[in-house]
Design a protein. Structure first.
Length: 252
């Protein structure tokens, strides 16, 4: 009987940006485990065949990172797996967004804008990111799937924190993050062209990018400030035993 070779990119019908966080190198010379954590764009887009693929993959818990308003507009149906909702960012009507959007708009390029905005997310909403990591760590045996809307910003940051806890080098984490722009191009291209004017198209083009250098800068600065991602999450309220559970889940 042929042995199935695990793959990172998962083509589940209805979604564009799903991949397993397995197969990435770790500092001790090992690799992250396949079938432990999956990152995705909104799974509410899955067809019946896509849902069947998710269940067959062994997903035991879904951690939904979307806004409260996104969830209210798209309430969960009865699901064949456990669902936990942890909104890592405030809704669009929050006062936080005026300052955060201005920070991105003032940056000279996409990489600088993205890294600046992401760092601001992590500074302002650390407790929410810690809760998301906790939700992954507390999941029952099986794969945990984390998702937001496009699977690149909120999901990208939570994935990066998880991978750094598992001691995946920053360059590898950044390379994984960078894959999302290409995976989402069939969604982002019409969204960009649908902007009202050229300024809007430029802004949407910038938002759609996922430069590896941006995630690299975010993690380097976060760890410069706090010593490690574990140190950052500890200040945000995550217990060391929870960080250890992530390592045990992800590391071979």
């Amino acid at each position: 009987m042929a042995t199935m070779i695990p793959v990172r990119n998962l083509n589940w019908d209805g979604c564009l940006n799903i991949r397993d966080l397995g197969g990435l190198p770790t500092a001790d010379g090992g690799a992250t485990r396949f079938g432990a954590i999956v990152r995705a764009d909104s799974i509410r887009q899955l067809s019946d065949a896509g849902w069947e693929a998710l269940v067959d993959y062994g997903v035991s818990r879904i951690v939904d990172l979307r806004f409260d308003s996104e969830l209210a507009a798209d309430p969960p149906q009865e699901l064949p797996v456990e669902l936990v909702h942890v909104s890592v960012l405030p809704d669009a009507d929050s006062n936080h967004w005026t300052e955060i959007d201005a920070l991105g708009d003032a940056a000279p390029d996409a990489a600088t804008a993205t890294s600046g905005v992401y760092l601001e997310f992590l500074v302002r909403f650390g407790a929410s990111f810690a809760r998301a990591v906790e939700a992954v760590a507390a999941a029952p045996e099986g794969a945990v799937l984390i998702h937001c809307l496009g699977g690149k910003d909120r999901t990208g940051l939570v994935s990066a924190l998880l991978l750094r806890l598992a001691e995946v080098p920053i360059a590898e984490v950044a390379a994984d993050y960078a894959l999302s722009a290409e995976r989402l191009i069939t969604w982002s291209s019409p969204w960009i062209q649908g902007a009202e004017n050229e300024e809007g198209r430029r802004r949407r083009t910038r938002i759609s990018q996922t430069p590896a250098s941006a995630m690299n800068a975010v993690l380097e600065e976060l760890e410069r400030r706090h010593g490690s991602v574990c140190g950052y999450l500890s200040i945000a309220g995550l217990e060391e035993v929870t960080a250890q559970r992530i390592r045990e889940r992800l590391q071979e």
